[in-house]
Structure formats: structure tokens, C-alpha cells
Ligand binder design. Structure first.
Ligand code: SF4
Length: 424
């Protein structure tokens, strides 16, 4: 990666300006939200739920599958990204229009690449739609279009749709929502991720915009793709995660909507006969993706799967604040590097920022689960060194130690500060 190019790009410069405002609003709102709750208790509850869930994952997964199937949701298990895409493509007939909502798991398995030229995919989350419109990459998991300047958005709307929209967030949102509403009403298949699956048979999908409510109800078919790490024991545990996701994700005390799906739409209004397919979706499919997660748990990196993907850590991360999504791959930041290593291999993790973490601990301090990303990053680096992947700086430092007995590469004299300092 050419870091100099990334740092001096227009995208980074405008992104940094936008981040300043976003960060100020976020910290203010989150502070207010945290005053209304017992933060310590919520954090303890969260930690307990995630630890308990991951240590019983096989049992909970089996239970969730049994319950969801009984409730007429068809569940598939995919061991990796390839298998997940294969299952999804079998469920998606060619040429059907998909209406999609934001999902990191769908990014992770690279399903959109497979759908290119095969199906029309409409992004229905405002941020993702703006990325699609401006042909941009996401810069944050919760607010992916954070870096796009407002004038670029109105310009693109004019170019692509020949419509003039004022450079005012309210006007743009109004235009986007009207445009998307028509698309959603005509969509054949709804494609979403999920925030939580409770083993007692509920799928939670959180949102603020209302697009997920529509996408998961209006088309006849709803396909949900998510990781096995989203499984927790009960619906009550799911609600705890929903509350934390809102507070640490957006600074709101609760998300605007919590979609809890436990079966396709149904009615028993005629002679008590249960009929599936009422006003809402007729068919619901869930693809549970492993893709390296079991291996992460096995190799002692399960803590990374405690993540609820709120993106709080990123606002504080000094590396993210400089280069945005160029730190990580499908998942951004230090936690994303861990996911990359287990999903795409150590070389990809190395190339996408394994050594970018400063180990400052700010992520851990601002994470609702206090995930120790710096500690886990050191462990990941050890794995990369074992595979012979080292940074030039580290190699130089090691060479200096061997030759000079110190990392500076020159003899240390009292009062003389070495020209270069190296750090692992
Ligand atoms: S690591 Fe923690 S702060 Fe960062 S996205 Fe995950 S849960 Fe949120």
C-alpha cells in the first residue's frame, strides 16, 4: 500500500474534515446516552453474554437452527466464503432484483462480486447508496459515506439521474428516500445481514432509517447472511446487544427500529389454518457463515468475535483517523486485521495494516466489551513473524541489535540522542 498516496488523497483530506464533526457529535451524544444508563452493569452483562455464547457456540448454533427451522426459516451453514456464496446464488435466480441493506458479512464473503452482471443490486441504506452513487469505498462500519463531500453527492445525482438537489442533508435524504422507496417496492429479494441471532429462535436486525423494515417485509423472499459469532442464548441477551449497539454505535439510547424476525409472515385467520405469506415476506432464509471464526476461537482469538461492530473504537484510533478503511480489509481497524488473517491469510493481514496499530489502547478504552485489540495484535504479529513476514523497520532494528547490541544502529554515547528510534 502506498501510504503517502493514501494520506495525501482528496478522499483522506475531506474524510478527516468530516470525521472531526462526526467525532464531536458522536462523543457528545454517546456521553449523554451513557448518563442515562448504568454503564458498568451493561458492560458486564455484555461481556458475560459474549463469553458464554462463544464458549457454548456449537450447542447454541444447533439449538438456534432447530428452533428457526421449526419456525419455517430455512437455515444453511457455510464453512467458508465460497460455500456461503454458492448457497446464496442457488437461492437467487438470475436477473431478479435484489434490495440490499448494509452488511459486513456480505462484504466479507464478496457476494456482490458474484452478483455483478447477474442481478441488479440496489443498496437501500442511505450511506451505502451514496457510496454506490459516488463509486466510493466505505470509510466507517456505521456511517460508511462519512468522507464524501456534500457537493460531490449533489453533482453525482445530477450526472446520473438528471435531477438538481440542494446541497442540504435534509434535501438529499428526502430525494434518496423517495428514489429508494420505489426501488424497494419493486425488489424481488431482500438481502440483509443480522446483528444478533438468539438460540431460542429470533433474528435481530437493527436500523435507524426504516429501509431494513421494508426490505425484510416487502419482497417475497428475504435472505439473511451473517456470522456464527452473532448467536447468543436468549432473546433477552439479544436486546442487551441491541441497546449497546445503539449507544456505542451512534450515541443513541436505542436504535430507531429493532426488527425481530422469527418466521415468514403468517396468518391463521381462516379456520385456524396456518398459512405462510401474509402481508410480509413469504420465504426467509438464513445463511450462517463460519469462514475462519471457529479457527479464531480454537487459536485463542475468540475475544475478537465479542465485537458487536459498533465502530466506536475507530473514532479514537489514531491510525484509522489518518487512513480510514485502508486500515483493515472487509472489517476496518485492528479487529479487522484479525478477521483478515483468519479469513484471507497472514499475507493479506500484513499488507492491510498488521503493523499499523500503535498499541495506544484507545480502542480498548472505548470499546463496550473492552476487547484488547493491542494485545491480540501483538499475538497476530508473532504469527506473521513465524511465517517470515517482517516490516523493513523491524528487520533493520534486529540487524542493529545483532551488530551494535542496540536497536539504533550506532554506538550510544552519553548525551547523544540517536538519529532514529525503532519500535516493534
Ligand atoms: S472492537 Fe469494540 S468498539 Fe470496536 S467495533 Fe467492536 S465492539 Fe465496537
Amino acid at each position: 500500500m502506498d501510504l503517502k498516496k493514501v494520506l495525501t488523497s482528496e478522499r483522506t483530506i475531506t474524510g478527516k474534515k468530516a470525521l472531526k464533526t462526526a467525532f464531536a457529535n458522536y462523543t457528545l451524544n454517546r456521553g449523554k446516552a451513557l448518563q442515562k444508563i448504568d454503564e458498568k452493569t451493561l458492560k458486564e452483562q455484555l461481556k458475560k453474554i459474549k463469553e458464554n455464547s462463544l464458549s457454548n457456540l456449537d450447542n447454541l448454533k444447533r439449538k438456534a437452527i432447530e428452533n428457526l427451522k421449526e419456525q419455517k426459516i430455512q437455515v444453511f451453514e457455510a464453512k467458508d466464503a465460497k460455500e456461503a456464496c454458492k448457497i446464496a446464488l442457488e437461492l437467487i435466480p438470475k436477473k431478479e432484483t435484489l434490495v440490499k441493506t448494509k452488511s459486513n458479512t456480505i462484504e466479507e464473503i464478496k457476494l456482490l462480486e458474484k452478483l455483478k452482471g447477474r442481478n441488479e443490486v440496489i443498496e437501500t441504506d442511505c450511506g451505502d447508496f451514496l457510496l454506490q452513487l459516488c463509486d466510493e469505498e466505505p470509510s466507517h462500519p456505521v456511517t460508511p459515506a462519512l468522507h464524501i463531500p456534500i457537493e460531490k453527492i449533489t453533482q453525482k445525482i445530477k450526472e446520473k439521474y438528471k435531477e438538481k438537489v440542494e446541497e442540504d442533508p435534509e434535501k438529499i435524504v428526502e430525494w434518496v428516500m423517495k428514489f429508494l422507496r420505489k426501488k424497494i417496492l419493486n425488489g424481488n429479494i431482500g438481502l440483509t445481514g443480522a446483528n444478533v441471532i438468539s438460540s431460542d429462535g429470533a433474528i435481530f436486525i437493527l436500523e435507524n432509517e426504516g429501509n431494513i423494515s421494508l426490505v425484510s417485509r416487502i419482497p417475497e423472499k428475504h435472505i439473511i447472511i451473517t456470522g456464527i459469532d452473532k448467536i447468543v442464548p436468549t432473546i433477552h441477551d439479544g436486546m442487551v446487544i441491541c441497546q449497546a449497539s445503539a449507544i456505542w454505535g451512534t450515541g443513541a439510547t436505542l436504535p430507531t427500529y429493532i426488527n425481530v424476525i422469527s418466521s415468514p409472515s403468517r396468518t391463521a385467520d381462516i379456520q385456524k389454518k396456518l398459512v405462510y405469506g401474509a402481508q410480509g415476506t413469504k420465504e426467509v432464509y438464513l445463511i450462517l457463515v463460519d469462514n475462519g471464526r471457529s479457527e479464531m476461537i480454537k487459536q485463542g482469538f475468540g475475544e475478537l468475535l465479542h465485537c458487536i461492530n459498533c465502530g466506536s473504537c475507530l473514532y479514537f484510533c489514531p491510525t484509522y483517523r489518518q487512513i480510514f478503511n485502508k486500515y483493515g480489509l472487509h472489517y476496518i481497524g485492528g479487529r479487522g486485521i484479525g478477521m483478515t488473517l483468519f479469513q484471507e491469510g497472514v499475507k493479506k493481514a500484513f499488507d492491510n495494516g498488521l503493523y499499523f496499530c500503535t498499541t495506544c489502547q484507545l480502542c480498548k478504552e472505548n470499546c463496550p466489551l473492552e476487547i484488547d485489540i493491542p494485545k491480540l495484535t501483538r499475538k497476530l504479529r508473532k504469527m506473521s513473524i513465524e511465517k517470515g513476514l517482517e516490516t523493513p523497520v523491524n528487520e533493520k532494528m534486529m540487524g542493529n541489535i545483532r551488530v551494535m547490541g542496540n536497536p539504533f544502529g550506532e554506538e550510544l554515547k552519553e548525551g547523544k540522542i540517536p538519529k532514529e528510534l525503532f519500535c516493534c
